[in-house]
Design a protein around this ligand. Structure first.
Ligand SMILES: [Ca+2]
Ligand SMILES: [Ca+2]
Length: 219
């Protein structure tokens, strides 16, 4: 495959990946009955946020900007009970938040009965630019540490010669050379090439006819 065609394919697929430029932040928190909490997972992902529905209660989750402005707030009830028979009580449970991403998002907080029980600066989890793709960094939050094809729990699916270990072999074509070749063959512009050859042939024929006509006139 020519380098130009490879580049065009890369741009086309990259444009699909980034077509929806909106991003969101997913947060999984462990919340304990002793009024403590910790981050289980946090990641920036493409696309709009996932709708999350909680009944109102005595907990409040907030996301704040660098200037301490509340950019997201959710009032919720947290249950530490599994509705089995008999019901099972737990000391810890997981709560999930999905919020639209704003560039200056910095801190998350959890309040219980208006008392702060958890606060964390999330920037260090999302990107520390230390050259290693670690913590909760991924291609979207930290492209310098996690370039395309990194093991970062997100499948970037770019055709860039690197098989992303997070992708299914049928999603990242770099992981499946046979499928990749089939796609390239099916996208090769045979029709345009045939039409182009016919047009060139007709032009050459036209020029030859004109020339022979002039020759006859000169005789
Ligand atoms: Ca890092
Ligand atoms: Ca990846």
């Amino acid at each position: 495959m020519g380098r130009e065609l490879k580049f065009i394919l890369f741009i086309l697929l990259a444009s699909f990946v980034f077509a929806d430029s909106s991003m969101h932040l997913d947060i999984y928190l462990y919340v304990n009955t002793n009024d403590s909490a910790k981050i289980l997972n946090i990641s920036i992902l493409p696309g709009p946020e996932t709708p999350v529905f909680y009944s109102k209660g005595n907990y409040t989750f907030q996301a704040l900007s660098k200037s301490n402005r509340v950019v997201y707030e959710k009032n919720l009830s947290i249950d530490f009970i599994i509705l089995s028979d008999p019901p099972k009580f737990m000391n810890e449970t997981i709560v999930f938040f999905s919020i639209p991403l704003s560039s200056d998002l910095q801190t998350i907080k959890l309040f219980k009965n208006k008392r702060l029980i958890f606060e964390e600066n999330i920037q260090k989890f999302l990107c520390n630019n230390d050259g290693k793709c670690d913590s909760f960094e991924n291609f979207y939050s930290c492209p310098r540490d996690c370039p395309p094809g990194s093991k970062d729990n997100v499948c970037d699916a770019l055709i860039d010669g690197r098989c992303d270990p997070d992708c299914n072999v049928d999603v990242d074509l770099d992981c499946n050379p046979i499928l990749k070749q089939k796609l390239i063959s099916s996208q090769f512009p045979w029709v345009l090439i045939i039409v182009g050859v016919i047009i060139i042939f007709l032009i050459v024929l036209f020029i030859i006819k004109i020339k022979s006509k002039k020759k006859k006139e000169n005789i």
